[in-house]
Design a protein around this ligand. Structure first.
Ligand SMILES: *[C@@H]1O[C@H](CO)[C@@H](O)[C@H](O)[C@H]1NC(C)=O
Ligand SMILES: *[C@@H]1O[C@H](CO)[C@@H](O)[C@H](O)[C@H]1NC(C)=O
Ligand SMILES: *[C@@H]1O[C@H](CO)[C@@H](O)[C@H](O)[C@H]1NC(C)=O
Ligand SMILES: *[C@@H]1O[C@H](CO)[C@@H](O)[C@H](O)[C@H]1NC(C)=O
Ligand SMILES: *[C@@H]1O[C@H](CO)[C@@H](O)[C@H](O)[C@H]1NC(C)=O
Length: 356
């Protein structure tokens, strides 16, 4: 299929995601979402046990005639389950903000810190707070419906999603204390690794992955950044490397290559502020909204999955000349789940993309 057609089609689809309140500890009402507004997790034939077999392992809502869908308690960049984890607290004055009773606000504080790997939200106030930032993946949580445990999968150096691979892993790397960082490090030392999964008790490195979306207690992450659409093999190889090798002389040039790339959570690990990025190239014409050869945009609404369709907003062009396009992207009060860059390189080259 022609890449350019895909891009225009994608941008014209307006998908309205629901704006749902998610400050609800009641497991029943947190699942009262009209079918048209649900966001599906897994396949339509997912087994009920895989999303909600008991309170401790409630990862999502389940309706036998629909399947599994996210609850009002879920926030982008985190999985959620019932229960709590004692200890591993990060001291943060921000998280004593009374507004952090809302998981979206607590998540925002967590995403500002590189060492925040999870958080626990309490229904009742403890030591002046509802929001407890943790430096550890919550593998086992106590059964307690007054707490919700959130594990982070929002990282800027890998595109992560919920799920696992049906494909055989490379030699299974067992770890008693898995974390995003240890699983990613294991993948980095394996030159054939392209994906890694983070499970509750194991990391797996994969050279290939057929995704199983019905495993809700695992994360599936990519070794390389960004995610490309269409995937790089069908349009151009080594795009990701050329754009992130910090070398202005490795560039992409193609007459037939319009491509979309998605950089995950580029603004995390520092206080929330607009994302600044610079695109370097040759003979660029930086778009400020019109379909020029370089366009940068962000999702308007929360994204719970990696996709190239939806409702988007063009980032603000701060500076441009033939070699540089500088943009500012603002997701209004939340950390952008992704920043998208679309390039049509008829008479130009793309050499480097860097986030400030
Ligand atoms: C769900 O749909 C019903 C009927 O279509 C409507 O009355 C109700 O307000 C909707 N609820 C929500 C939360 O949108
Ligand atoms: C359910 O989860 C298990 C592992 O947790 C997975 O192997 C299986 O494919 C899933 N199946 C369905 C139908 O949900
Ligand atoms: C690439 O070129 C731009 C502008 O010419 C420069 O500002 C930037 O620092 C260069 N980046 C690298 C990694 O050399
Ligand atoms: C940058 O890329 C060029 C062309 O591939 C290569 O010759 C050069 O050594 C690279 N520079 C660095 C600093 O890696
Ligand atoms: C630069 O791009 C313009 C169109 O945007 C094109 O007309 C021109 O030939 C290009 N110049 C070079 C040197 O490729």
């Amino acid at each position: 299929m022609d890449c350019k057609r895909i891009i225009f089609t994608s941008l014209s689809i307006l998908l309205l995601l629901p704006m749902i309140c998610n400050c609800d500890f009641n497991l029943v009402t947190a699942c009262e979402i009209n079918e048209s507004e649900r966001i599906r997790i897994g396949d339509t034939d997912i087994h009920a046990d895989n999303c909600s077999n008991d309170f401790r392992k409630r990862y999502a809502c389940y309706d036998p005639s629909y399947g599994c869908f996210i609850s009002k308690q879920q926030v982008p960049g985190f999985t959620v389950k019932t229960g709590s984890l004692g200890g591993f607290d990060i001291s943060s004055t921000a998280s004593s903000d009374p507004l952090a009773k809302d998981p979206r606000i607590c998540a925002k504080y967590c995403l500002e810190l590189p060492n925040c790997m999870s958080f626990v939200l309490s229904k009742n106030i403890h030591s002046g707070r509802y929001c407890f930032l943790k430096n550890k993946l919550i593998t086992q949580s106590t059964t307690h419906t007054n707490y919700l445990s959130y594990n982070r999968y929002a990282f800027p150096d890998s595109t992560c999603t919920i799920g696992s691979c049906t494909t055989e892993p490379n030699t299974p790397s067992v770890s008693t204390n898995p974390s995003y960082n240890t699983c990613k490090a294991a993948c980095n030392t394996d030159s054939s690794c392209k994906y890694f999964t983070v499970g509750m008790d194991k990391c797996h490195s994969q050279s290939d992955c057929h995704r199983n979306p019905n495993v809700l207690n695992k994360l599936l992450c990519t070794k390389s950044v960004p995610a490309l659409h269409p995937p790089s093999s069908t349009c151009e190889k080594n795009i990701a490397n050329a754009l992130s090798d910090l070398n202005n002389s490795t560039c992409i040039e193609s007459k037939s290559l319009p491509f979309m790339s998605r950089y995950p959570f580029p603004g995390v690990n520092k206080p929330l502020s607009p994302i600044l990025l610079s695109v370097y190239g040759k003979n660029l014409s930086c778009s400020n909204g019109e379909f020029n050869n370089l366009l940068v945009y962000i999702p308007i609404e929360e994204q719970f999955e990696i996709k190239f369709e939806g409702k988007f907003k063009v980032c603000k062009l701060l500076f441009s000349n033939l070699e540089t396009c500088q943009y500012s992207c603002n997701c209004n009060g939340r950390h952008c789940e992704g920043v998208y860059i679309v390039a049509f390189l008829q008479n130009s080259q793309l050499c480097e993309i860097s986030f400030a």
